[in-house]
Design a protein around this ligand. Sequence first.
Ligand code: TGC
Ligand code: FAD
Length: 393
Amino acid sequence: MARTDLFQAPDYYLIDELLTDEQKLVRDSVRAWVKKEVSPIIEDACQKAEFPKHLIKGLASIGAFGPYIPTEYGGAGLDQISYGLIMQELERGDSGIRSTASVQSSLVMYPIFTYGSEEQKKKYLPKLAAGELMGCFGLTEPDHGSNPNGMITNFKDADDHVILNGAKMWISNAPFADIAVVWAKNEHGVIHGLVVERGMAGFTTPETHGKWSLRASATGELVFDNVKVPKENIFPNVKGLKGPLGCLNSARYGISWGVIGAAMDCYDAALRYSKQRIQFGKPIGAFQLQQKKLAEMITEITKAQLLSWRLGVLKNEHRASPQQISMAKRNNVNMALEITRTARQMLGGMGITGEYPIMRHMMNLESVVTYEGTHDIHLLITGMDVTGFNAFE
Ligand code: TGC
Ligand code: FAD
């Protein structure tokens, strides 16, 4: 069901004035692309639970794959606030579309750029930026989600290659990805990252079906049955859990921006509806109870915008700590989820239909609040930072 996209972005604190001309240009061009390419097809894709693969080329053309990767490797060479704004606009369209771009940028291109050899960078990055290759990121396992350090996926040395065994679960983009950045333990129990390519014997990617959330994003497993991976595919420049967690810093930062987009879309739809829907002889927006909801929504959106903008400034200066990123991811996802739930109620029965984007955003955010570290895990990271006591031990 195609719907008319009437979105108008709220900017209550004139945050536009904090952005550079380049950042605004990037934001506006992605906003226009989402309106033209995503809004008309997204409801249908979600209802059918299909990832709209035809968007890949367009995502590449707007610079959504590796926005902050240097241009010499095919990236857009943009700053971190531009990256955040791209995520915001994509998630305004749908969290699943933002997920695809997040994974490609922060979880596939970032580790290759940061931990990879020059050969690995040259081989993969330009094609990933162009959308000619799509990637996925395998950290979570069936028995190890919040605690990835317990992973059992492993590889053993065999001359010029290694033999990889194990399984990853809940992997975004897995069903169609050409390459997978996989985290596995060597014989000494040390975690390393390696690039596994589709077509390697013993490597399969079964799709996960039956999701009520992120239905326009493809999710699957990565199964490794004695996969022969050349040693040249192992990242030379990182070992230990800090490798995958370093990638998560980048993705979680992007999510803190992305979910603002979903929240803005729901606020905008509820505000417009509140002015048009008449009950008891007046627009529902004239009732104090509905005004309270809208006033609290715009307050929370504004606070989240400022949090992510400031985090972006710190990130540009290489001063953003993982703990600050956890705070923004947790706060903003929760903020967005609460707004979708409230906005859905404001639309009454219409709120459950695909004529409005609200219920779709609400269901998507149930995944976003869980992946990249759950709501509770991020709280414990903040708790550890302020008290000095480690609740995970
Ligand atoms: P811990 O002992 O605290 O740390 C081990 C080593 O890692 C370092 N470290 C970090 N480094 C970089 N960035 C971070 N955020 C880091 N956090 C920790 C740490 O300094 C240490 O380094 P070293 O040199 O001493 O070895 O580790 P722990 O085992 O106690 O675990 C801590 C915990 C629970 C916070 C961590 O495991 C965690 O964050 N768990 C959540 C797992 C998670 O977020 N999984 C996400 C999977 S990917 C995904 O969901 C993609 S969805 C994509 C999409 O569709 O958009
Ligand atoms: P668990 O770790 O089993 O947690 C269950 C509950 O226990 C949670 O509420 C959690 O907060 C709580 N809990 C756990 N430990 C503690 C503790 N110490 N104290 C208090 N409470 C605790 N992973 C990837 O590697 N790559 C991907 O691309 C990817 N994409 C995903 C896409 C989707 C749609 C989804 C749903 C997940 C994806 N994930 C991906 C996996 C995701 O990161 C995990 O689901 C997440 O980290 C939580 O792990 P879990 O589901 O095993 O939950």
